[in-house]
Design a protein around this ligand. Sequence first.
Ligand code: GRF
Length: 223
Amino acid sequence: MQRLAVLVSGGGSNLQAILDHLAAQGREAPAAVSVVISDRADAYALERARARGIAAVHVPRTAPEDALERTLDEHRVDLVALAGYLRLIPAAVVRRWRGRMLNVHPALLPAFGGHGMYGHRVHEAVLASGARLSGATVHFVDEQFDRGAILAQWPVPVRANDTPDTLAARVLQVEHKIYPWCVEALARGAVRLGEDGRVHGHVPFDFARFGVEGPPHPFVPDV
Ligand code: GRF
């Protein structure tokens, strides 16, 4: 059983999706969330952790540089999932958990990612660009924001009458579908980051459980 840390800064709906996905597998689950860590004491995601009896730890921005690493060690963490965590991961943590740390981003990277590109700003940028497709991306974490090797992406057509809120809501639904599967696949060893910096293996999505026949055809605008 892999020990999973989830790093959060906000509401934690992706954390909830991961918790529910793993709980649904009962004894078959390859991982369990052993700690939820936030840089914000008021993050609702910490409440979600406490409600499940999971350690909820606040590591403030003012904490020493090695505070995150020490917290991961205290909880003997094997895998790390960033779920709306807004801080850059210290290089020492990236080095030690390289290939064992994932992030989810609400756009089709490498577009609309990078420093400062989070939350509403992402969807505003997508709409301003006139792109007809957005989506969600799950990738390995490296030393820079939103740049690591990509595990999985799912397209979400942009509607003519979309606002940043309506687009964000549909992308978030897709995040909740693909991120738990990616975390599970990593925990089971079905996917890995090779020495060549490329992703090896694949995430065995069970489309039937997504309630769809498979990825929507990306070129049919959903207007
Ligand atoms: C998600 O859209 C995620 O892609 C981004 O931050 C948001 C976090 O949402 N990195 P939540 O806290 O999981 O609800």
